[in-house]
Design a binder for this molecule. Structure first.
Ligand SMILES: [Zn+2]
Length: 456
């Protein structure tokens, strides 16, 4: 029930709100752009959330990203009707309204910018904050380009002028790109993440999150994902950086996330907030032929294994595939079960590889593997029998055929006695363990939804 309402509230057309987007306020040492969302909601109490806060991940391959390349959009305005709780800050509930009216972006922007200016990590070279307020969303083309490609700042500012947006840029202004792109996102596929934040005195210290409670939650809450890495026994809901986030749980049901949050035992959080997100959607992936690959792209390539896998130092596996043109695909050792599957591929297998394109040497870093069809594997059991002497013939060398030592009769290479070997791999999906996945990676447990999305 909750899921449906949150979903409609955020996706329905005609919801009137003022969109506040911001990006690039964090550094590897601290802050988190989603935490800034809670600070803004806490301080700008004259505004309501009309819909849910949105956490939008953008192109994971851009070279200048600070951490996860996440931007936030808050739909703000004056709420109408009964709200629903979508968070709490220091004990005070945060409400989200299905309907509402917009406000003046010129009034909203300076108030929100003041909060950003107080907390953004301006000292970090890579941190270039940006904030946008607008009553009209930029074209969703902007989102698709920002999640798959690189968008020049000048182009974003042109788009913002078209919709009459107000914005504030800091340092090199690059944060505007993410801020505007987050606003322009229209969720065709979407998930949710409930984020929990630490009290100020604990930030930077080790997070006290009970592993047993995470495992229990992971087992019970079937629509959640990326919680726990059973291969490495690693909790994936807590970040590795010293940022204010205590944990974030991702899933396909807002309703279940509200319960999942309460199942986690550990230090008491300061606040929590539910986000609508593009995480786990594969929105960054484009279908491409090998000949059309460009460095920095995240792609889906369907091809045939051309050369049997070879191991390289570090436990990595390289597989040469071809769809008319060949490319090497690297399956790195940390990709675990996917790496082990790749080792068992043979020439002739048909596969789909998801991954990012590396420039030099031109190759594909595999992020997900779909084995479509397995070739029949053969093993030579014996040399052929001479039809005259009924004795085994001798080999003339690899691929050269056979000759009888007694009478000199010849036989082709294909005359050898062969048997079919069973394959130690099945068709289906393979993905790296939770800890080695990107935020946008659509987990296999969500892949069956492909059919649903295709029907809609
Ligand atoms: Zn013979």
């Amino acid at each position: 029930m909750t899921a449906t309402i949150f979903c409609r509230a955020s996706i329905a057309m005609g919801v009137s709100a003022t969109y506040l987007g911001f990006d690039d306020t964090d550094s590897p040492q601290g802050m988190c752009t989603t935490f800034l969302a809670t600070l803004i909601l806490d301080e700008l109490r004259g505004f309501d959330l009309v819909g849910l806060p949105r956490l939008v991940r953008l192109n994971p391959n851009v070279p200048w990203k600070t951490r996860g390349n996440a931007a936030v959009c808050l739909p703000l305005g004056r709420g109408v009707g009964a709200g629903r709780i979508c968070g709490a800050i220091d004990g005070r509930p945060v409400m989200s309204y299905v309907r509402g009216s917009s406000v003046d972006p010129e009034e909203l922007l300076p108030l929100a910018a003041k909060v950003l200016e107080r907390v953004a990590e301006f000292d970090c070279d890579k941190t270039n904050p940006g904030m946008v307020a607008t009553n009209k969303k930029p074209s969703q083309r902007l989102y698709w380009r920002a999640v798959r490609d690189v968008v020049p700042l000048s182009e974003v500012e042109r788009e913002l002028r078209v919709v009459g947006a107000s914005w504030k840029r800091y340092k090199n202004g690059r944060g505007i790109i993410g801020a505007a792109s987050a606003i322009s996102w229209r969720p065709h596929d979407r998930t949710w993440e409930v984020m929990s934040y630490r009290t100020p005195d604990r930030i930077g210290t080790e997070r006290a999150v009970d592993k047993g409670s995470v495992i229990k939650m992971d087992r019970k809450m079937k629509s959640t994902f990326h919680n726990y890495d059973s291969e490495s026994k690693h909790i994936a809901i807590t970040p590795a950086s010293p940022c204010p986030v205590l944990f974030g749980i991702r899933g396909d049901s807002a309703d279940e996330l509200m319960q999942a949050r309460k199942m986690i035992r550990g230090e008491p959080p300061l606040s929590w907030l539910l986000f609508l997100t593009n995480q786990g959607t594969d929105d960054h992936i484009v279908r491409r032929r090998v000949r059309d690959l460009e460095p920095g792209m995240s792609v889906r390539v369907q091809a045939t294994v051309a050369v049997s896998p070879r191991s390289v130092e570090g436990g990595h596996v390289i597989v040469t595939v071809s769809d008319g043109e060949a490319i090497d695909v690297a399956f790195y050792e940390p990709s675990g079960v996917m790496n082990r599957a790749a080792r068992r591929l043979i020439s002739g297998d048909r596969i789909v590889v998801y991954g990012s394109v590396r420039d030099s040497p031109r190759s594909l870093n595999a992020e997900k593997l779909h084995v479509l069809h397995l070739a029949v594997a053969h093993r030579k059991e014996a040399n052929p029998l001479c039809v005259i002497c009924e004795k085994r013939m001798g080999s003339l060398g690899a691929g050269q055929g056979y000759r009888c030592k007694r009478c000199g009769a010849r036989a082709p290479a294909s005359a050898a006695e062969i048997s079919e070997v069973s394959r130690e791999i099945r068709t289906g999906w393979y993905e790296p363990p939770v800890a080695s996945r990107r935020h946008l990676h659509r987990p296999i447990r969500r892949m069956s939804r492909d059919n649903i999305n295709n029907l809609l």
